[in-house]
Each structure stands twice: as C-alpha cells, then as structure tokens.
Write a protein that binds this ligand. Structure first.
Ligand SMILES: NC(=O)c1ccc[n+]([C@@H]2O[C@H](COP(=O)([O-])OP(=O)(O)OC[C@H]3O[C@@H](n4cnc5c(N)ncnc54)[C@H](O)[C@@H]3O)[C@@H](O)[C@H]2O)c1
Length: 398
C-alpha cells in the first residue's frame, strides 16, 4: 500500500528515496505525483517523467526510446532521485517552466553564436532579453549595435551581460570554442576540439554551480554530447574534486547538435528524389550518428547510405571554402531551443544512463523521449551507438 505526502504543492510517494522534513501525509494521491527513489547519480537522472509507477524500474539507457509494453499512461507522474540534494527544490519550477518573458545569456559570439543571435532576434517571440558575452569586446559591441537596430523588433533586447552574472537568466546558451580547426584540417572537426573546449567549460560549469543556477544550460559547441556530460561532471564536484551532486541536475543540461543532422538527412533524401515523412535522427552529432528512413519500416541499406551522406554534408560546404555554420546555428540551436521552450518535440542530446544521447524528446520536468516501436535492426544500431558513446565517455578523466 503506497503512502502519499503533500509537499509545496507536490504529491510525494517514497519508493526508496528520502522524504523531506515538512512533508504532510495525505489520504489520496494527486498530481504532480513524484515517486522518490535513490539511484546512482552518475548513471541515473534526477527528474524523469514516467508513464506510470510500473515504469519506475525501467532501464535508463537507449531502451528509453521504446514504448513501455504494459503501461496505461498516467499523466503527471515522475520519478525523483533524492541522491541529488537539489532535485526536490528544483522540481516545482521544472514542472511549470516559464514560457514567456524569458531572459537568455549567450556566451560565444563567433560565427555560430552570431548567426544564432540573429535567428533568435527574428524568431524568439517568447524571449524578452538576450545578454551577450564574448572575450572579444569588439564582437559584443558589434552585436549590441546591429541587433538593436532591427526594424519593428524591439524584443528580444540585446544587452551586455556582466561576466560575473552570466547565470542570471532562464537559459544559458554556450557556443564558445577555443578554436575550430581550419578548413582542410584532417579528422573529425568536432572531436578535435574536445580537450580544449572541455578545459574552457570548466570555469562556466563552476560558475553555474556557485550561482545555484536553476535554469537550462544549452551546450552548442563541439563535441556537443561529450561536452554536455562534462558540464554535468564538472559542476557536481566540490572544491576538492569529490562528487557531491550539488551542481546542475542532469536534466538542466541539453546538447544541441542533432537538429541540423535531421535537417541535412531530409535534404539528402530529397536530393535522392525520396521523401521519408517519418525519417529519424539519433545519437551523436558526427561519427556515431544514426539516420533511419523510418522507425518501423526501416530499410537498413537506405538508412546507412543516408547516414553516410548526412555525416559528410558539412564537408561539401567546407569544400567550397566556407565554414558550415548557418544551418547548424539555425537548426541545431535556434529552432530546436525554441521548440524546447514551447513544449514541442525537439531534437537534442538528453541524459540517458550516463551519456547525453540525441533523440526526439519533449521537456516535461525532465525529458520525455518520444518512445515508439522500432525495427529490431534499428534497435541494434541504437544500442551500438549508445554503447560507443559510453565507451568514448569512459576514456576521459572526469
Ligand atoms: N551544435 C552544432 O550543430 C554545431 C554546428 C557547427 C559548429 N558547432 C560548433 O560551435 C562552436 C563555435 O563555432 P564557431 O564557428 O562559431 O567558432 P568561432 O571560432 O567563429 O567562434 C568562437 C568564439 O568563442 C569565443 N571564445 C573563445 N574563448 C572563449 C571563452 N573562454 N569564453 C567565451 N568565449 C570564448 C571567441 O572569442 C569566438 O568569438 C564550435 O565548437 C563548432 O564546432 C556546433
């Protein structure tokens, strides 16, 4: 027999997690209903939408992409992992996110950041203000001038963000890089940046922790998925480097790189003269990407060819002598972030069993991946991509 407690407008039901002081017993459950669990924070989420209580023990890995077999969906049900000391205090705001008058911070005003800022200025109707920061002061000045001179578009206002107050915002967007490899460089341009960008992110992850940041950290610079995980690990250690999980919850971080891969795959299919209305993109934004012509009517040969063409799409632009950043800034970042804000399905890398894995999902407290029936051969590819990401992740010191 379950016991229910009321706590600041939430209904809590202990299932191995710690009940907070001040929770009052109630006779009947109500929503939002949070099942309190205690799980390893390195491999489990903090706040997860559940199809129902029977999903509490469902695996937290690539299988989140599959529908629960037995579940009768119960809206308003979540699991909350009390091994994260901040999870409960953040739950109420994460369950009812602000959808208008938003304040954003954008760090990094290079090619991607500048393009993203322009797109948000034009499309971000729910954004009141974007505070910008880049160590290159001329770039900050340029965008303050240019993007506050857009006809009939006073909002979002573009303002200078004090570097000491970067996390005074609802969403923090990170597009900075310590150096994108030049056109013609050998290797995966995303992975070549990992070590330097990880080092650069450390100061920001620590600042987010120090500020008790309650908003969303949107990681856009490369390699998106691995850096999203780095932000989580870096922000959750104390001064002595011990994990205390008092930093960002896994669900406060999202990697935005998959949107452009979906757009490129649609483009490649159209160029081959076919249209796949249920085309899907999953996994890392680069090597390891999985494109499927259809989740159920999956055709392996066509899907592998589409994947190959999609991964190589940026090289076509580079071969013309240009860095490909326009479609990425608009598709991976601007449109995908706005879809998340609006509560729509978006493409992004969300926490999934200790890695950030790209898929379609919806923000609902935590993230609810769009689970659907998948062809067995596609399942095998997704499992391999998820495991490869986990192995890659394990190679790097925390
Ligand atoms: N997510 C995606 O879909 C996607 C697609 C394309 C590129 N990218 C990535 O986006 C990143 C940015 O690419 P870009 O072409 O704009 O690079 P860029 O070199 O044009 O700009 C990088 C910016 O970062 C700033 N910067 C450097 N160190 C900083 C620091 N410590 N703090 C704050 N800002 C700092 C620089 O001043 C510069 O303005 C790269 O990692 C790139 O690979 C992502």
């Amino acid at each position: 027999m379950s016991e229910y407690y009321a706590y600041h407008g939430l209904c809590l039901c202990p299932r191995g997690g710690t009940l907070p002081a001040g929770a009052e017993p109630v006779a009947r459950c109500f929503t939002p209903l949070l099942y309190l669990v205690s799980r390893d924070p390195l491999t489990h989420g903090a706040l997860r939408p559940l199809s129902g209580p029977e999903a509490l023990d469902a695996p937290e890995d690539w299988r989140c992409l599959l529908p629960e077999e037995s579940a009768v969906p119960t809206p308003g049900c979540y699991s909350l992992n009390t091994a994260f000391p901040r999870a409960l205090s953040l739950a109420a705001s994460r369950l009812a996110p602000k959808r208008s008058g938003l304040r954003l911070t954008l760090v990094g005003l290079g090619d991607v950041g500048g393009q993203l800022l322009t797109a948000l200025k034009l499309l971000g109707n729910e954004i009141a203000e974007i505070g910008i920061y880049d160590p290159n002061e001329a770039l900050v000045e340029r965008y303050l001038l240019e993007l506050n001179q857009v006809l009939d578009r006073p909002e979002p206002r573009i303002v200078r963000r004090d570097p000491a107050r970067l996390f005074d915002c609802d969403l923090f967007l990170f597009t900075a890089s310590r150096g994108v490899p030049p056109i013609g460089a050998a290797g995966d341009v995303r992975m070549l940046q990992f070590e330097k960008n990880r080092e650069m992110l450390l100061a920001y992850s620590r600042q987010a922790r120090g500020a008790d940041y309650r908003g969303l950290f949107c990681q856009i610079s490369d390699p998106v998925d691995l850096l999203a995980r780095s932000v989580f690990l870096q922000s959750n250690q104390d001064e002595a480097g011990r994990f205390d999980f008092r930093g960002l919850l896994p669900e406060q971080i999202v990697g935005f790189g998959l949107g452009v891969m979906k757009a490129r795959a649609d483009f490649m299919a159209a160029r081959m003269g076919v249209h796949y209305p249920r085309l899907r993109a999953y996994g890392p934004h680069g090597a390891g990407l999985v494109i499927a012509n259809d989740p159920l009517e999956y055709d392996e040969a066509r899907s592998l060819e589409l994947t190959r063409q999609t991964v190589g799409a940026n090289m076509e632009v580079r071969a013309l002598g240009f860095k490909p950043y326009i479609a990425p800034a608009i598709s991976s970042a601007c449109i995908s972030i706005l879809q998340l804000i609006r509560g729509e399905v978006f493409h992004g890398a969300i926490p999934m069993g200790g890695v950030y894995f790209g898929c379609r999902s919806r923000a609902d407290g935590g993230f609810a991946p769009c689970a659907e029936v998948l062809h067995p051969a596609l399942q095998a590819r997704l499992q391999a991509a998820w495991e490869a990401l986990r192995e890659e992740e394990a190679k790097w010191p925390v």
